[in-house]
Design a protein around this ligand. Structure first.
Ligand SMILES: *Cc1c(COP(=O)(O)O)cnc(C)c1O
Length: 431
């Protein structure tokens, strides 16, 4: 399978090139040339199948032409060392819990898959690859843990000093091995600027193999379609898969785009809802047809604080820039911090279910738009304990911390302090 850039200014790339490069040379996003449909008969057999078996079928449709069957299956099975269960919350509303992986957030799926695929493509290369990632919290932990112990790959996580929560910091700054955490005396934007400057620096690129691991990489975003099929299978097994609506708490729109791909492959979904926080550029686009990116504002659902969603270009491309077609598939919702807090409180009081601030946007959107005949699933993108200070304050109680998170908190922080200065960063990488 070949991959084209959404900007269409560069030649087609192989899967290997697309994964190693991340962003296309014309700054477009790579798209697979074809989206292979999965036969309805095959989809009908998914209820009752193990998640990994479902994922192998979906992975084969994307990557089967490029990677030998057994290798691909090993990558998929090795990635999915955890389940993504569908849990009933209230009436016709269900939570797809994507937080049972190592860092308790959905990004584990894409990060783990990408690490293994990159390793596969670089298996015959003696030269190490350096993955650079700037993080404001969640991405750094998923990427660091996804790549932990993967031979031949060095990961450098840049994060703003004093600006990530202690729980988030310990998830990438205590790991050691091939993971180095760089504590930058600056903001998240400074960290991102340092990473961007490194990719543009000729000396660095002549001496080192650098790559990125953000959600624009096809190897990170395509595998997210696996759990949409798994969600369908679980809903169908419960007999509630008709008039099926899926709601995705959205920031950079990678997760939603993976769902739209799944729909193109034959996933029997009626419609999607994209739930934003106050950073509602996509909501506004759906409403008005105008795309007007703007600087992000801080919210309690901070992994969705995105002012210029990177995967928007993929959604436009998928539907040939046709606004009517896009709104036929997707409707929008947006919530303030106060509304998110109310939803978390009310849902806990009425059902006992503890939402995280991101999932709360998704759940509320189902409450607001689902009809009695429809069955809704929202993606619960992270475990509430990852945002413990916020959720504890809203519920006025201590929510328990899962063992996995507790284990990180016992590790010792081993970050390297770095001034906000490109030359220092460059010297560090060359040393
Ligand atoms: C990254 C993230 C999101 C947003 O996902 P996108 O693919 O960027 O839209 C939502 N919730 C959590 C917890 C996240 O970490």
């Amino acid at each position: 399978m070949k991959y084209y850039s959404t900007n269409k200014q560069v030649p087609l790339a192989s899967l290997r090139e697309a994964v190693i490069k991340g962003l296309a040379g014309d700054k477009g996003l790579y798209m697979p040339e074809h989206i292979r449909r999965i036969e309805a008969d095959v989809i009908r057999q998914m209820p009752g199948m193990p998640f990994a078996d479902i994922a192998c079928i979906v992975a084969d449709a994307f990557f089967g032409e490029d990677i030998e069957k057994e290798t691909l299956e090993n990558i998929v099975r090795d990635t999915l060392s955890f389940e993504t269960p569908v849990v009933p919350v209230d009436r016709n509303r269900y939570s797809l819990e994507l937080f049972h992986g190592p860092t308790l957030a959905f990004k584990d799926v894409g990060a783990r898959f990408m690490a293994r695929l990159l390793r596969h493509f670089l298996r015959d290369s003696a030269e190490p690859v350096h993955v650079l990632v700037a993080t404001s919290g969640d991405t750094g932990s998923a990427v660091a843990n996804g790549f932990l112990g993967v031979e031949g790959i060095q990961v450098h996580v840049l994060y703003p000093k004093g600006k990530v929560s202690p729980i988030q910091e310990c998830q990438f700054a205590t790991l050691g091995q091939n993971i180095t955490a760089l504590e930058v005396d600056g903001t998240f934007d400074d960290c991102q600027a340092l990473v961007k400057a490194a990719f543009l620096d000729e000396t660095l690129n002549a001496k080192l193999r650098l790559t990125s691991a953000n959600s624009i990489n096809v190897a990170r975003f395509l595998p997210q379609s696996f759990y949409y099929f798994n969600a369908y299978a679980q809903m169908a097994a419960r007999g509630v898969a008709d008039e099926w609506v899926v709601c995705v708490p959205s920031g950079n729109l990678g997760n939603l785009t993976a769902g739209l791909f799944a729909a193109e492959m034959g996933l029997p979904v009626k419609r999607f809802i994209a739930a934003n926080n106050r950073n509602d550029v996509f909501f506004e686009y759906l409403r008005s047809g105008k795309y007007e990116p703007r600087p992000s504002v801080r919210t309690i659902a901070n992994a969705m604080d995105v002012g210029a969603p990177s995967n928007f270009a993929r959604i436009l491309d998928l539907y040939q820039h046709d606004h009517a077609e896009i709104t036929r598939h997707i409707s929008g919702a947006h919530y303030t911090d106060e509304e998110i807090a109310d939803t978390i409180r009310r849902t806990f009081d009425e059902t006992g279910y503890v939402l995280d601030p991101h999932g709360a946007c998704g759940y509320q959107a189902l409450c607001d738009s689902l009809t009695d005949k429809e069955h809704g699933v929202f993606l619960e993108t992270a475990h509430p304990a990852k945002f413990k200070e916020t959720v504890d304050a809203i519920l006025d109680r201590e929510i328990p911390i899962p063992d996995k998170l507790q284990a990180f908190m016992q590790g010792e922080k081993q970050s390297i302090a770095l001034p906000n200065d490109f030359d220092c960063f460059k010297q560090y990488l060359l040393a």
